[in-house]
Design a protein around this ligand. Structure first.
Ligand code: NG1
Length: 483
């Protein structure tokens, strides 16, 4: 791979370079670092040597399509991130030891070692351990710049960490990925591992799978590849990003609440839909199919996304599929279906489950088409203010359609998110949709710039938690200049 095209995560020496902020907003961020330094000194007796930070994200469009192989269109949040203050102490330990503190007492202090178990239910330290394991697996990886790849050189060391996160938790803004990405970066720096942004994003995505989330990869990718002022179209296999500039308009995110999630079940439904569709379309290698994009890649001639939506309607029925029917259609026994396609990821009540394959795959193909349309509009330069405004209207329409598809086909909305998006549209948004996994969480709205103030006032009356964000920079290391 070409090293010039795939840089390493940047190392900065001032806080200002890492945030697209000014004035009071920037001062607030700077004081976060000052406070973290002071607290770190109190806990560990010396100042942190460096900081690793990784942002949360908001997804503009392209929901629940990443794990089917399709592109998404997110942006990094400008200031909501996870920061880790770090100092490495060499020697005196048999194996790597990570001392882990958090500014918030919601997250208890932990001491981890290289051999700690990752299976501690719901403990925040699992995410750090997952990042550690991810890096261990990557220790022989040659960096995209052709360097690295030698056995890890560092002897066992103690890594002291103090963490502060401001990404709202469990909300669809990807706080877990911000933690995994910041941990990966903090630990890679400690191990002197030189990996590119895309290698780090891949590694962080795999790391989340260690803790049972069949992550599609969007969140880790934007957390590393985000850039100031730019939304990104992220594609997978291989992971790559291109810039997307949104025509004049504000992007607002509103919180509703956090509910449970059926994420892994959706991963399985999309996988099963791909298999049945591949078989129904006569694709020779249908047994190998795992993602809906594989059907598009393997079918000859290559179908468009609209063709694929047509195939779904033609070949998959609207009624839910049972495990027995799936066994019958694939010609495998129930155990094999369970083992090959459900794997470890849907464990509870598997025999009771039904699978909505037609609706889920229809969502994925139509949503992926919306991502393409959204990007195409953003790439067309408007010749006049009127044209820019009508472009914004079309983008808004695509976002609304995305929400309705998430609600009706993918069943990942909830009544409160439906109400909130309706309220946002009434309050002046040209488009409003749930963002992230759904089943609660946040909505994102596109609002013409001149309507932003009125929009915020109106929406805050009912839903006070409102977050106004610009596209922010991706994960970075900050090494303060010694005084
Ligand atoms: P959140 O909202 O962070 O749970 C999840 C996945 C994404 C993507 C979206 C839905 C993880 C860490 N994140 O996001 O990859 O599939 O749902 O578009 O698995």
């Amino acid at each position: 791979m070409n090293s010039a095209a795939i840089p390493l995560p940047p190392v900065f020496h001032t806080v200002d370079e890492m945030y697209p902020l000014e004035g009071e907003d920037l001062k607030e961020i700077q004081s976060r670092y000052t406070n973290l330094t002071q607290q770190f000194e109190k806990i560990y007796g010396s100042a942190p040597a460096y900081f690793a930070r990784a942002p949360g994200r908001v997804n503009l469009i392209g929901e629940h399509v990443d794990y089917s192989g399709y592109g998404v269109l997110p942006m990094a949040l400008d200031r909501q991130d996870t920061i880790m203050a770090v100092r490495v102490v060499e020697g005196n330990v048999q194996e790597d030891t990570i001392n882990l503190h958090n500014v918030s007492d919601r997250f208890p202090t932990r001491a981890l070692t290289a051999s700690s178990s990752i299976d501690v239910a719901h403990d925040w330290s699992r995410y750090v351990l997952a990042a550690y394991r991810g890096l261990e697996q990557a220790k022989d990886l040659v960096g995209d710049d052709g360097r690295g790849g030698e056995e890890k050189q560092t002897p066992p060391q103690t890594i002291n960490i103090l963490t502060h996160g401001t990404v709202p938790i469990g909300s669809g803004l990807s706080s877990s990925s911000a933690l995994v990405c910041a941990s990966s970066l903090a630990l890679a720096q400690a191990n002197k591992q030189r990996l590119s942004k895309t290698q780090m994003a891949d590694l962080a995505c795999k790391a989340e799978r260690f803790i049972g989330m069949e992550s599609g990869g969007m969140d880790q990718a934007i957390s590393f590849l985000g850039e100031k002022g730019k939304a990104k179209r992220i594609d997978f296999d291989p992971l790559r990003a291109s810039d997307v500039m949104i025509p004049e308009g504000g992007v607002e995110a509103n919180k509703y609440a956090t509910l449970g999630s059926g994420y892994n079940m959706r991963v399985v439904e999309c996988r099963l839909a791909a298999v049945l569709l591949g078989k129904a379309l006569g694709i020779e290698d249908w047994v190998q199919i795992r993602r809906l994009i594989d059907v598009q890649k393997l079918h000859k001639p290559q179908p468009s996304l609209e063709d694929l939506a047509g195939f779904v309607k033609q070949h998959l029925h609207e009624e839910a599929y049972s495990l027995n029917e799936l066994a019958e259609l694939t010609g495998f026994d129930v155990d094999r279906v369970r083992k090959d396609y459900l794997g470890r990821i849907v464990v509870e009540d598997v025999n009771q489950k039904v699978f909505h394959l037609c609706q889920r795959s229809l969502h994925v193909y139509t949503e992926s088409k919306r991502v393409e349309d959204f990007q195409a509009i953003c790439q067309t330069k408007a010749a006049s203010a009127e044209e820019a405004s009508s472009q914004l209207e079309v983008l808004g329409k695509l976002m609304n359609e995305s929400h309705f598809s998430c609600r009706d086909l993918f069943a990942c909305s909830c009544s409160e998110l439906d109400q909130l998006t309706a309220l946002c549209r009434e309050a002046g948004a040209v488009g409003s949709r749930l963002t992230g996994a759904g089943w609660g969480g946040w909505t994102i709205s596109l609002v013409p710039t001149h309507k932003v103030d009125a929009f915020c006032t109106k929406v805050k009356e009912t839903f006070p938690e409102l977050l106004v964000t610009k596209p922010g920079t991706g994960a970075a290391v900050y090494v303060p200049i010694a005084h």
